[in-house]
Ligand binder design. Sequence first.
Ligand SMILES: Nc1nc2c(c(=O)[nH]1)N[C@H]1C(S)=C(S)[C@@H](COP(=O)(O)OP(=O)(O)OC[C@H]3O[C@@H](n4cnc5c(=O)[nH]c(N)nc54)[C@H](O)[C@@H]3O)O[C@H]1N2
Ligand SMILES: Nc1nc2c(c(=O)[nH]1)N[C@H]1C(S)=C(S)[C@@H](COP(=O)(O)OP(=O)(O)OC[C@H]3O[C@@H](n4cnc5c(=O)[nH]c(N)nc54)[C@H](O)[C@@H]3O)O[C@H]1N2
Ligand code: SF4
Ligand SMILES: [Mo]
Length: 714
Amino acid sequence: MTGVEKKLGVCNLCEAICGLEITLEDGRVTGIRGNPSDPLSRGHICPKGTALADVHADPDRLRRPVRRVGDTWAEIGWDEALDQVADGLARAINDHGRDALAIYLGNPNAHSLGSLTHGTAMLKSFRTRNKFSATSVDQLPHQLVAHLMYGHQLFLPIPDIDRTSYFLVVGANPMASNGSLMTAPDFPARLRALDARGGRMVVLDPRRTETAKAAHEHVFVRPGTDAHLLLAMLHVLYDEELVRPPGYIEGLDRVRDAVGPFTPERAAEATGVAAEDIRRITRDFAAADGAAAYGRVGVSTHPFGTVCQWAIQLLNLLTGNLDRAGGVLFTSPAIDAVGAGLIGRGHHGLWRSRVRGFPESGGELPVAVLREEIETPGEGQVRALLTLAGNPVSSTPDGGGLDRALAGLDFMAAVDIYVNETTRHADVILPPTTALERDHYDLVFHLLAVRNTARFTPAVLPPEDGAMHDWQIYREIVRRTQQRLDAKLPLRKRLLLQTRLAVSPTRQIALLLRRGSSGVTLRDLRRHPEGVDLGPLRAGQLPGRLPRREKCIDAAPDLVLADLERLAAVPAPEPGGLVLIGRRHQRDNNSWMHNTTRLTKGRARHQLLMHPDDLAERGIADGALVEVRSRVGSVEVEVHATDDVMRGVVSLPHGYGHRREGVRLAQAVDLPGVSINDLTDPELLDVSGNAAFNGVPVEVRVSDRTARTPDPVR
Ligand SMILES: Nc1nc2c(c(=O)[nH]1)N[C@H]1C(S)=C(S)[C@@H](COP(=O)(O)OP(=O)(O)OC[C@H]3O[C@@H](n4cnc5c(=O)[nH]c(N)nc54)[C@H](O)[C@@H]3O)O[C@H]1N2
Ligand SMILES: Nc1nc2c(c(=O)[nH]1)N[C@H]1C(S)=C(S)[C@@H](COP(=O)(O)OP(=O)(O)OC[C@H]3O[C@@H](n4cnc5c(=O)[nH]c(N)nc54)[C@H](O)[C@@H]3O)O[C@H]1N2
Ligand code: SF4
Ligand SMILES: [Mo]
């Protein structure tokens, strides 16, 4: 059969969840564009969305399970592969106990329906304390703060950017990232609308980013010091009597006392932001008719991420902007994973990591401790690892150290589609189908979106012959591992689990929609594959919707207040020192998708960005090959002079550095660039356990090796 056909699809690469219109010719994808009738994304698409076709067609992508044989890989059948995985996992557990198995979940799990419905069940079945995920190199502080203040780790207020008149952005670059914990497809259009209605966007960032350039005001802030600035803003609110909190809040006396010592003058010293600017921004924020403060990766992967996210919540709360149109609001998704209890409320400190004694948060340990749990002998040592859509060698602090540790595991399995920096250590890799081949409903990102919508997208392409979906793989791993365990789950639990795993993700969505209060059914969504509009975010829902049993917000969690002492004790930065921050680019996607020319062509963007005066001071020429050294390691990379970074700050993109032995990503290994996480430090953690990637002390000097011809930049 031949012919041209158009189908509606969805992009699952970032949190913007754009609706797509996909052209198929003879079953091959020949075109992808944004779907203008999607009520949320309204036709938006970015270059990565178009590259979804390349993932599907990628010759590097694994299509059959593979087993490592020495330095090479052999394709094997599913049955054999799944048995080998179950053998390896069960052996570790039977011989050394449940905690001998560690699991790491990467970012794409949040973007796959099957992983959300079936992955969680699989994890529970292993009952290991060594559970890790990208959460602890990303948004853990948000979850901990939401858990402590509101009573649920994912009860997160979303900036109402379509109605706000003052958008304060701290450490986020939505012009490149398309928004995070704020699903906001076509951020540029939303920003133009804000501007047209006379609103302002103010950005606090150590780099003059794409977002900073589009803002009404950009203020440089020294990396890692934002907590001082945000606390000083709270201080000003009290000092100038601008506080007007709602009635359903407790602990405000303690907040006022706690922020007392954090004056704008003290903040100016720490952050480099003038005290008068801090006062002015605070006054403007408090006076605005609908203001939203928003902080993301820049103040999450941060030494005081939890304090920062708490202070941002309080900025919104104390100025009356929580639960108010134009402020920050809670979504009302058709499937309310929070309200319905699909996701647990969260907890902290129920157990601790074996070696460093770091508390768990929400059932996970900080991935920064994974390496020592593998390398330190003794009862409870990690012997086997299962990674699910994750690349911790590239994504976690001291990835280079973890890389070496993985080589010492008894057994490793990966559910992944590539042989990359991490999965090259696996004994077996199980590759699931990819985005275009599976049904999708966004359980996570509707929950975090700036507008209430619902959309179900049936698979655009049939699975390739003999392929398995991730949820089918998980189901089989559970079944086969349980069979082999000496200490199986109790029969009742096992039956319950099997019943749950037997129901397909799509069927689960149908049931969950029926349980929700939107009135939308799966049939409705099948009839409207472009998506259904459920209206703008709603104001005035509190305190009724608060998950906390007291129906009251805790403004002063002990854990956060105690961390202010740690903040107060931080010594002043070394004069003339350099600190490292990361960055994202519109055409990069974390640590993968570097093997498509569609995204990598054009000017190089892997360089270390450094201020011209900092270069001059060290006698380094623009374009030189430099050595960047931290406590943990060193890398060599070309430097690019730019005053887009503040003095004392250098920046490397995250997700680069594919030239490791055995990586099978044909184009990516030729891409210049190094891994920033060969420099980041697992000792630098927020109180939540989140990695503090921002503000890592480094030294930069000319490399001993002769510089290669510098790549042209931007
Ligand atoms: N220094 C520094 N480090 C960072 C960050 C930073 O800003 N700076 N950012 C952090 C953040 S926010 C995040 S989210 C993490 C991400 O860290 P990770 O989640 O560990 O890494 P990703 O790069 O998202 O890797 C995704 C993996 O999933 C595989 N994959 C892709 N699609 C599929 C699929 O459909 N199914 C399966 N099974 N596998 C698939 C890819 O091959 C790859 O191995 O990195 C963090 N690390
Ligand atoms: N194109 C593209 N889009 C993506 C991704 C991608 O890899 N590429 N990844 C997706 C993922 S997993 C995530 S989590 C989101 C992240 O989404 P964002 O948080 O919007 O993205 P980042 O570019 O990491 O923005 C962090 C900003 O914080 C700044 N910063 C660094 N240190 C500090 C500091 O100490 N203080 C302050 N105030 N700012 C600081 C950085 O300069 C940067 O501009 O993006 C998602 N979208
Ligand atoms: S902004 Fe780009 S990567 Fe993100 S969902 Fe839309 S098309 Fe995909
Ligand atoms: Mo992320």
